[in-house]
Ligand binder design. Sequence first.
Ligand code: NDP
Ligand code: 13P
Ligand code: ZN
Length: 360
Amino acid sequence: MSADRINLLRTKVFDKSKWMQLPRDVLIGHDVIEQIPAVCEDLALGDSVLIVSGGRTRDVAGRRVESLLSASYDVRTFIAIDGDPLETIRKAEAAAAEVAFVIGVGGGRVIDTAKIASYNTDRHFISVPTAASHDGIASSRASVPTAEGNVSLAAEPPIAVVADTAVIASAPHRLLASGCADIIANYTAILDWELSHRLRGEPISEYALTLSRMTAEILFDNADLIKPNSEESAWIVTKALVSSGVAMSIAGSSRPASGGEHKFSHALERLAPGKGLHGEKCGIGAIITMYLHGGDWRGIRDSLRKIGAPTTPAEIGVDDETAVEALLAARTIRPERFTILDMGLTRESARNLVRMLYQE
Ligand SMILES: NC(=O)C1=CN([C@@H]2O[C@H](COP(=O)(O)OP(=O)(O)OC[C@H]3O[C@@H](n4cnc5c(N)ncnc54)[C@H](OP(=O)(O)O)[C@@H]3O)[C@@H](O)[C@H]2O)C=CC1
Ligand SMILES: O=C(CO)COP(=O)(O)O
Ligand SMILES: [Zn+2]
């Protein structure tokens, strides 16, 4: 082989680079919230902190974190109220700019607000989930609802995750079941990714893909163990959510955990705001997209039922015609993300799918 050819190959192999940002400390377990001062001290992030939480989650755990840190830090608080998300993020950013680091204590909305505010102000961020309801706990992405549908934004990956299973197990079971559905939806997200790879040449990451699939499999296989108010269940689901977030961080995008079923969920959020939790809508969407992929859609549906997650639009207060609209509108959300819903779905076929799969 000529020297030129060898150099060309070298260039091809070695010009590839990737920057993955992963959490440094991950604490999961009973009463780990009490370790927050030790985590902050270990990471030496500075002497002032903004604690972002929500109207409910401040009472659930936010105040506890405030009091644990108040002896050693200048503690400020920000309550992410349930309003215009971009306006809330802008206000959180202004507050984050005044401190050395940020802690998000809450559900997915609060954690996303805190991680975007941290990213935009170049502050470190610690993730303290109060519910195992979404896989943004450990990821470097945030999903923010806008008038055009959810946008996936680059966000500060948590430098630490402190997930207290006692707090998480005492959250309403609906939140845990929703987190399970968000993970089970990884099955169809990766089928969509592989489809796009084969049809469109979209790059895939084997590691991210395998981790995402394995995470869904573990949860699917342990669906019988997921029970209300059980710390063991909180443990299983939280580990799965962290692992799914790591898959997204490896990929550098939400692709391993978000495909057509997520676009359906985002379309529903726009068409029927406030109906159903994020993971619930993704699980309902995954039943249809798995059917379209020719996979075990009944298996998806049955595991969602076992866990206690909804399996039909009616269960989250959405009528069939709105579900049909959401299936058709899904392709207009983030159109560059190719999925099975871009493969010729018509209104008639969407109606048939909704009638057939959700009424069996
Ligand atoms: N970044 C990412 O990769 C991902 C982001 N997401 C995003 O996350 C959001 C969905 O998260 P989700 O958690 O389902 O919804 P929310 O954050 O909206 O939380 C739902 C409700 O549960 C409450 N809550 C949370 N924890 C407890 C608890 N322990 N006890 C009682 N109530 C509690 C919240 O209270 P409060 O009023 O205090 O907030 C809120 O009222 C969406 O915005 C979605 O786009 C989802 C998946 C991945
Ligand atoms: O919810 C996600 C993964 O579970 C990611 O959200 P997006 O669909 O907005 O990328
Ligand atoms: Zn999701």
